[in-house]
Design a protein around this ligand. Structure first.
Ligand SMILES: *[C@@H]1O[C@H](CO)[C@@H](O)[C@H](O)[C@H]1NC(C)=O
Ligand SMILES: *[C@@H]1O[C@H](CO)[C@@H](O)[C@H](O)[C@H]1NC(C)=O
Ligand SMILES: *[C@@H]1O[C@H](CO)[C@@H](O)[C@H](O)[C@H]1NC(C)=O
Ligand SMILES: *[C@@H]1O[C@H](CO)[C@@H](O)[C@H](O)[C@H]1NC(C)=O
Length: 285
């Protein structure tokens, strides 16, 4: 009876061990496949449990034939840069991540897992990074905003393309600005990277932010990342900027200070005189 129990336990242990072994050796499937794309530099990223298996990435434009990505054959990383293969940019791409066995494992290729990516159109979905720009006060109430288009990692005829070279007339800019100290914001859309803004209050400081804006795209990818803000310095001295009420305030403060000074010095003098008199009377003659 006891030996039967032992045998049973042994059997359970062995089969459990075999199951975990099988699990460790099973081919990992690419999981959570996603596209990450900024300024038309596009990578495919996925999750997979660590193992000796590798991955090969295939891609296809608009449901055409699958092509192996030459940089992503039998790779052990879980990321593949497809920037230079997703051309032309304005196509619907999909990718297929195949799991490849290590040379030591003999396995039927049909048993290996693979995972399709979501569809991705770089022209319409690549994120646009924050733009660099300068603001220059031209004259009273007018500024010129000069925006620099980010460059991409795509080259054509030996020239590195900017986002403007790619998006052409689809690229607009959104400029958001507010008067320093006020809460009202204004947004204006410009087609050119040099923008004149007029009608500002002369002598006031204004703060500006810019973002790429692509109205032809679907809503979620229309906006680029907002830049950090740049503020103009107010061109006039603080005193000139003060309102009538502020001037009255300043007059009151000055008056109050004057009264305090007079009172204190009068009190001090009296006190000193008193002390002087006391010391004179108490001094021995
Ligand atoms: C674009 O940026 C948003 C917000 O950071 C992010 O959720 C999205 O995945 C990004 N898309 C791509 C294609 O990188
Ligand atoms: C705008 O900025 C770019 C890049 O900083 C610069 O090369 C160009 O001369 C500027 N344009 C003007 C009109 O200031
Ligand atoms: C902005 O104003 C300057 C003169 O101050 C002018 O030369 C330039 O053409 C204007 N730019 C735009 C886009 O209106
Ligand atoms: C203020 O503006 C005037 C012209 O509008 C200019 O000559 C002067 O240099 C400016 N001062 C400062 C400190 O920017």
């Amino acid at each position: 009876m006891a030996s039967l129990k032992t045998l049973l336990y042994l059997g359970i242990c062995l089969s459990a061990r075999r199951m975990t072994n099988a699990d460790e050796n099973s081919a990992p499937k690419a999981d959570k496949v996603r596209w990450v794309s900024v300024d038309f530099t596009t990578s495919l990223i996925w999750n997979a449990k660590p193992s000796d298996y590798t991955f090969t990435v295939l891609y296809s434009a608009d449901n055409s034939d699958w092509t192996e990505s030459p940089d992503c054959i039998d790779i052990s990383e879980t990321e593949c840069d497809l920037t230079n293969h997703l051309i032309p940019l304005d196509r619907m791409y999909s990718a297929d991540i195949k799991t490849e066995p290590p040379s030591t494992v003999d396995i039927d290729p049909d048993e290996l897992p693979h995972t399709y990516s979501p569809l991705f159109n770089p022209y319409r979905e690549s994120n646009i990074s924050a733009l660099k720009f300068t603001v220059e006060s031209v004259r009273d109430g007018r500024v010129t905003v000069n925006i620099t288009d980010p460059v991409t990692s795509i080259h054509k005829h030996g020239k590195q393309l900017s986002i403007r070279d790619i998006l052409k007339n689809d690229l607009k800019y959104k400029i958001s600005y507010y008067k320093s100290g006020s809460t009202g914001k204004r947004d204006i859309i410009f087609a050119s990277s040099m923008a004149n803004i007029s009608g500002l209050d002369a002598g006031h400081s204004y703060c500006f932010m810019v973002a790429a804006f692509i109205p032809s795209r679907p809503k979620p990818s229309q906006h680029g990342v907002w830049s950090t803000q740049v503020c103009t310095s107010s061109n006039e001295t603080v005193l000139k900027d003060l309102s009538f009420e502020a001037w009255i305030g300043v007059a009151f403060i000055l008056l109050a200070a004057l009264i305090i000074i007079i009172t204190v010095s009068v009190l001090c003098c009296r006190q000193r005189n008193k002390m002087l008199r006391t010391s004179q009377t108490s001094a021995p003659i």
